[in-house]
Design a protein around this ligand. Structure first.
Ligand code: HEC
Ligand code: HEC
Length: 456
């Protein structure tokens, strides 16, 4: 896969390369230094001028462009954010949505919160919640069309359907491009011309996990191949043309960011919970689920399983994450040259995730293939094709994203938008199978477990 041309399409918009503090941040006395860094410092190349971002609507399909042209600048900006799945930052962010950090020239670089900042329905952005609707591939397409328009040319849609960043909104090929970036670096992270062979690496599209359970983890990632350390967080800063020296110089920043991320806590379920049903649900959970997911008392997780295992979910991620890659990672700078307890042989399967805050993290499983906890518990059949509804409401009853599954409605989208917004379980890596053993539990008892899951 060729990622570099895609990055450079975005890079053409600005060649300014700075890693400076952003503008407009008023120091908030108590704010954690790690949060300040995460918000203000660019760990990716700045490629997106705010001005260009705000004029991207001029590249939209005629009907939408017409609609946007009649709106106030504020409403139009909301429409822009919605099209690409961006949340409003819950802090002053120099005009950018959550997920971007601007520099002195108001040129944005994407940051960790592009994927690890999300919304529950149409809530303001939540730091540490995985985004479930990020649609960078449409942004990338629209910016390419805008550029062409500015040159006096017109481009047909779709400009690309095969972006190496993502195919389906809400999930990304995060590991595929970060592995590719690592393959062009020496063990010390210096850039080199010819890539190291990562052994046919292909992890597929992944759903970004919530980051508020990091304090409960010794190892990162769905298979736990990397020990939880500050350097492990820097996996996502390897974008060329950053030099190894520059990346290594950020180590202290990531010590602070690591410390900050450990302080994140999940949001509370916002509606009333039936306490007596939930308490029965807790007993059932402890009987049926705790052997893998651990028990939860006062927010503390006890004895969650730390060995990956297969529960019938899609195997692309676990099979495609090669031992060559894990070894190269663990034995290089990110893994403190083998001094950490990396698990390059982390084997076949996935760690049972810590379920604190699980009510808010739809869609479910490592590939984001299952839209609600009701579907996960097989209280309803899992849809093979679905899309988050336009209204962006959260389904607090079934606990997950509210979805559209009607084929006729889906078919009304332009086909490239169908490809991008519809989760299709037949795609590689996207199977919605797994965890079928829950049907051994009666429907009534599964409903009680569902009530209990809201309390975590
Ligand atoms: C392009 C989207 C994207 C960006 C940007 C991104 N991440 Fe992630 N992140 C993911 C995905 C997807 C996973 C799950 C990968 C897996 O386990 O296979 C992940 C996993 C993680 C994990 C492991 C969590 C766990 O429970 O095991 C941590 C920690 C993390 N990211 C931190 C960061 C930090 C810090 C940054 C910024 C420097 C960042 N991420 C940027 C998509 C992203
Ligand atoms: C044999 C071990 C095992 C048991 C028992 C088990 N799980 Fe899981 N569970 C897993 C694994 C492994 C995953 C990760 C699968 C993946 O992401 O592909 C998972 C994923 C989940 C998820 C998705 C979380 C997310 O953020 O995507 C939920 C919710 C869940 N389990 C709930 C339950 C409940 C409720 C029970 C009991 C009825 C249960 N599990 C029993 C191993 C188990």
């Amino acid at each position: 896969m060729t990622l570099f041309p895609m990055l450079f399409t975005l890079t053409i918009l600005s060649t300014v390369l700075t890693a400076l503090l952003g503008l407009g941040e008023t120091a908030q006395g108590q704010e954690h230094p790690g949060l300040q860094l995460l918000k203000n410092r660019q760990y990716n190349p700045p490629t997106l001028p705010l001005e260009v971002f705000k004029s991207v609507w001029m590249a939209w399909e005629p009907e939408l462009r017409e609609q946007a042209s009649r709106l106030s600048p504020e409403d139009r900006w909301e429409m822009i954010k919605k099209r690409y799945g961006f949340a409003t930052a819950p802090y002053e962010n120099g005009g950018f949505p959550l997920g971007f950090t601007g520099n002195d020239e108001a040129v944005g670089a994407f940051n960790c919160l592009l994927c690890h900042g999300g919304q529950v329905g149409s809530s303001p952005g939540i730091i540490g919640l995985g985004s479930n609707r990020l649609n960078m591939v449409s942004l990338q397409e629209d910016l390419t069309i805008l550029e062409a328009l500015q040159r006096g040319e017109t481009l047909e849609r779709p400009v690309t359907l095969d972006s190496p960043f993502q195919h389906t909104s809400g999930t990304t090929f995060a590991f595929d491009f970060s592995a590719q970036f690592l393959s062009f670096r020496t063990p010390n992270l210096d850039l080199m011309e010819n890539p190291v062979d990562m052994g046919g690496f292909f992890a597929g599209e992944l759903d970004p996990p919530a980051l508020w359970n990091l304090s409960q983890k010794t190892h990162f990632y769905v298979d736990g191949f990397a020990q939880a350390t500050p350097r492990a967080l820097m996996q996502f800063t390897l974008t060329p043309p950053f030099s190894g020296e520059l990346i290594r110089s950020w180590e202290d920043d990531f010590v602070a960011i690591f410390d900050y991320l450990q302080t994140l806590e999940p949001p509370a379920y916002p509606r009333a919970i039936d306490e007596s049903v939930a308490s029965e649900g807790r007993t059932l959970f402890n009987e049926n689920c705790a052997s893998c997911h651990g028990t939860y008392n006062n927010g503390e997780v006890q004895n969650a399983m730390t060995e990956p295992l297969l529960v019938g979910t899609d195997t692309l991620r676990t099979n495609g994450m090669t031992t060559e890659f894990k070894t190269y990672y663990n034995e290089g700078w990110l893994g403190y040259f083998g001094e950490t307890e990396g698990r390059s042989d982390s084997g076949n399967g996935y760690l049972p995730p810590v379920l604190r805050g699980v009510w808010a993290t739809a869609p479910y499983f490592h590939n984001g293939s299952v839209p609600t906890l009701s579907h996960l518990l097989l209280l309803e059949p899992r849809p093979t094709q679905w899309m988050i509804t336009e209204a962006d409401e959260y389904d607090l009853e079934n606990v997950g994203v509210r979805i559209e599954t009607d084929n006729e409605v889906l078919a009304q989208l332009p086909y490239y938008f169908q490809k991008r917004r519809v989760q299709d379980s037949s795609q590689p890596g996207a199977s919605n199978a797994g965890h079928e053993f829950v049907d051994q539990i009666s429907v009534e008892n599964r409903r009680k477990i569902l009530e209990y899951l809201k309390t975590l």
